[in-house]
Design a protein. Structure first.
Lengths: 326, 188, 329
């Protein structure tokens, strides 16, 4: 039987505190690890070494970077929209933290279990857009504003195929509870049933996290750093943290929906779960360091003319097959 | 009425505060963000009332979608950063707003709500059944409205292509200006 | 939307269907990912510079350095000054000294100012004992000019005493051998002369020349002083007027200078270098004087030049101004 944190810790406030601490710790350590991994993978793909000096294989390099970020002065540009500018890093981080709590990492454990878990994940992801917009608008910077507009346009476009692909899976599993979906994938993962759906989901997920080749909102060559151009020090670090945690979340969704979550032979559930998650993240890094950035019109064309029709067709076929079979 | 849990009041405060911000702030973008806050509070209230599905949908569609669409609309329609002056006749708005508020309030007070279950969570299947069986006609009508909206949007977007010219009106004007300028040059 | 927004070239779209294009595109993406995946497992090509250093090409040129000959246990600079004389940048300073019991002169000071050096390599070409080479220095950095004045003798200082001792012994031995050989040669010459008289004529002379040339050809390789014993004979034979009787004692007395010049004369390009050396002798005081001047003098000279140029410029300006004023009035 699936247990949640509130089952294990009866006191609600204590449970909330514990969950917050656990998630924050995980998000931070994960971001530290992923930044290191990203630098290492990119380096090896380009036949460089990457960080090697601090710690074994340079693993503590990001830790040192964080110390640097912490000690940096927080610079606020002139004529910013103060409330929006200061709120944005917090608003971008909160939904990300919330989203992390929804996944069953083992047959018997999830921090939070709800029957609409899947919808909640996407809802929290949606909250991120508005934070990006706040950052872009509040910074009083043309690059930030352009980056924010691109980010939001892109996210709205790619959210549709993302949700449509996930919807096909919920139709097969007949539930929106993530634990049920994982359990419904008996001996084989849904990627075998829904190969196109899985592909559409994964592509859209990469676009949702604003990562290359869909990193148009942060296109360095055109927009400096996009919506977080004007953020420095820990404010910038929060955006960074949110970006890397978002990668984990979309990978967790993909793992739960298409790869059978914690299921796998021999090894315990959490190992399988995190193994799959980090494999998907590795593929994201791999994509980033292989493909060049799309042009904005190509990006939109791809979303509206390729992904959405395909996702709709996929949904239709799935529904028909389900109806015929039942 | 049963006693309301104090945590619910937090959502009420958020919802009302956001609503207040959205009508009182001068900067129209701030107002939209205030609206998003209000919608978020309402989502919290749905959650409190035992319907996480509606709450999640509220956040997904209204906070993540509608607010952002409004921001887009504002940015495309207004020149950015320009502060709008208050209208002198805005007190006249009290009349329609007050009238609407009175009617809705009266209706709400007169209606009696059957509290089915506050504690038990809504079954998702129940929502689906209600929507697609009991309220089928309403659901279909709504989808027709949305379809019309989409078709309308496409027609507006494609208006210029009908003339066999894929330039927008602005571009046409600009090119016309250029033509005129070059003609002048030739003349001189 | 215009055709530009399409994901593929407009022509290609017509030939193949929409889905076929999508699938084909997908596989091209995979092939790209295969490339990066392969590279992920290949060895990095980065050179971690301060900890690792590149293997420099044998053609790499940098500041000159002294060759440390294994068989000598030291360098072989005889302070012949040819490098100093030929250097177009005047960046080499050499001083030498003659030690008792050692046949050849020995450098006591060898400074190279790398800041002035143009790495032309003339000194290396001209060096009679081939004790100069290019070093592999490539990352020398300093805020001071003086840091680039390299003392090439520095690594040899400790070994100098031992080297001189060894050289004394070797030279003594060599001298003895030479004496013996000279005597033998004398005898041989006498015999030849006798034969010549007997045979009468130039034939014998012709026959002798190739004989004398043979050791010459072998020599460039056996440049090291130890192998000098047979060499020493060759130059003698080469010089037209060289009569064996006159030479043997002379060569010893002349010691370093003659010795240094002689091998050179044997080398293929020797003719040119020899000339240079001969010419350099009278010219020697000149570069020496130039070098004797401390750096500050050179600086002062250049400063003076700059000062003069400034003055000239000022005068010109004044003139121009005056002219302008005149025109204005």
């Amino acid at each position: 039987m699936l247990k949640t944190l509130s089952d294990l810790v009866p006191n609600v406030f204590l449970a909330m505190l514990l969950a917050a601490a656990a998630i924050m710790a995980f998000a931070t350590v994960n971001a530290l690890f992923l930044v290191w991994l990203e630098r290492k993978v990119s380096a090896r793909m380009q036949r460089r070494y990457g960080p090697t000096v601090v710690g074994p294989f340079g693993m503590f390099q990001t830790l040192v970077d964080v110390v640097k970020l912490l000690s940096k002065q927080l610079i606020s540009p002139k004529d910013i929209d103060k409330p929006l500018y200061h709120l944005a890093p917090i608003v971008v981080f909160v939904p990300v933290v919330l989203g992390l709590s929804l996944f069953p990492i083992d047959k018997s454990f999830a921090l939070v279990d709800t029957n609409v878990g899947l919808v909640l994940v996407f809802a929290f992801a949606g909250m991120g857009f508005i934070a990006i917009f706040m950052a872009g608008w509040g910074s009083n910077n043309k690059y930030a504003l352009l980056g924010a507009m691109r980010a939001v346009a892109q996210n709205i476009a790619y959210e549709i195929p993302l949700i449509l692909a996930a919807l096909a899976v919920t139709m097969i599993a007949r539930s929106m509870r993530i634990a049920d979906i994982v359990e419904a994938q008996g001996s084989f993962p849904y990627i075998l049933v829904q190969p196109i759906g899985a592909l559409i989901y994964y592509i859209s997920a990469v676009a949702e996290t604003n990562r290359a080749p869909f990193d148009i909102p942060e296109a360095e060559s055109e927009l400096v750093a996009g919506f977080h151009t004007e953020y420095s020090g820990m404010r910038f670090a929060l955006f960074f943290l949110a970006e890397y945690t978002n990668m984990v979340i979309v990978s967790m969704v993909a793992t739960s929906l298409f790869l059978g979550g914690y299921k796998g032979p021999l090894l315990p559930g959490p190992v399988w779960f995190f193994g799959k998650v980090y494999f998907l993240i590795f593929v994201m890094l791999w994509l980033r360091w292989t493909f060049p950035r799309l042009r904005f019109d190509q990006l939109m064309t791809f979303a509206w003319k390729v992904l959405i029709p395909l996702a709709l067709a996929n949904l239709l076929v799935t529904a028909t097959v389900l109806k015929v079979m039942s | 009425m049963d006693a309301v849990h104090p945590s619910a009041w937090a959502f009420v405060v958020v919802a009302l505060g956001g609503a207040l911000l959205s009508v009182s702030l001068r900067n129209i973008l701030h107002a939209i963000f205030g609206l998003a806050l209000a919608l978020f509070g309402i989502a919290g209230l749905f959650l409190y009332l035992g319907s996480p599905f509606v709450a999640a949908m509220e956040v997904l569609i209204y906070v993540g979608g509608i607010s952002v669409a409004m921001v887009f609309a504002v940015m495309l329609a207004y020149s950015l950063g320009k502060k709008e002056g208050g209208s002198t006749r805005r007190f006249l708005a009290v009349v329609p707003v007050g009238g609407f508020f009175g009617v809705v309030g009266y209706a709400l007070l007169r209606a009696s709500f059957a509290v089915t279950s506050k504690t038990g969570s809504w079954d998702l299947k129940l929502v689906g059944r209600k929507l697609l069986l009991d309220y089928n006609v309403v659901f279909e009508a709504l989808s027709v409205v949305l379809l019309l909206a989409i078709v309308g949007a496409i027609i507006i977007a494609r208006r210029d292509e009908k003339t066999g010219d894929d330039k927008t009106a602005d571009e046409k004007a600009a090119s016309k200006g250029n033509d005129a300028a070059s003609a002048e040059e030739r003349a001189s | 939307m215009s055709a530009d927004t399409s994901l593929v070239a407009p022509g290609a779209e017509k030939k193949r269907g929409y889905l076929a294009l999508l699938v084909a595109g997908f596989f091209t993406l995979l092939s790209g990912m295969w490339v990066t995946l392969k590279n992920l497992f290949r060895k990095p090509v980065t050179l971690r510079y301060p900890r690792e250093r590149p293997e420099l090409s044998t053609a790499f040129r940098s500041a000159i350095d002294l060759v440390d000959f294994e068989e000598l246990g030291s360098h072989d600079c005889v302070a012949c000054m040819q490098c100093v004389n030929i250097c177009p940048s005047f960046c080499i300073q050499v001083e030498g000294q003659k030690y008792d019991g050692v046949k050849r002169k020995r450098a006591t000071k060898f400074l190279v100012d790398y800041a002035l050096c143009s790495v032309c390599g003339l000194c290396i070409d001209v060096c009679p004992t081939e004790t100069l080479k290019y070093s592999k220095i490539y990352d020398e950095v300093s805020f001071e000019r003086d840091a680039f004045v390299f003392d090439l003798l520095e690594p040899f200082v400790e070994r100098e005493e031992a080297f001189l001792e060894g050289q004394r012994i070797a030279d003594a031995k060599e001298a003895e051998e030479k004496k013996k050989k000279a005597e033998a040669a004398k005898k041989a010459k006498a015999a030849v002369a006798a034969k010549k008289k007997a045979d009468g004529g130039e034939e014998a002379e012709k026959a002798e020349k190739p004989k004398a040339e043979k050791p010459k050809a072998a020599k460039p390789k056996a440049e090291a002083p130890k192998a000098e014993a047979p060499k020493a004979e060759a130059p003698r034979a080469d010089e037209p007027k060289a009569e064996a009787e006159a030479e043997a004692p002379k060569a010893e007395a002349d010691a370093p200078k003659a010795e240094a010049d002689a091998p050179k004369a044997d080398e293929p390009k020797a003719g040119k270098v020899d000339k240079a050396a001969v010419e350099a002798k009278p010219a020697e005081p000149k570069p020496k004087a130039a070098f004797a001047k401390p750096d500050s003098d050179a600086k002062a000279a250049s400063l003076a030049r700059i000062e003069a140029a400034k003055k000239r410029a000022l005068e010109k300006k004044k003139q121009a101004e005056q002219q302008a004023e005149g025109e204005g009035e």
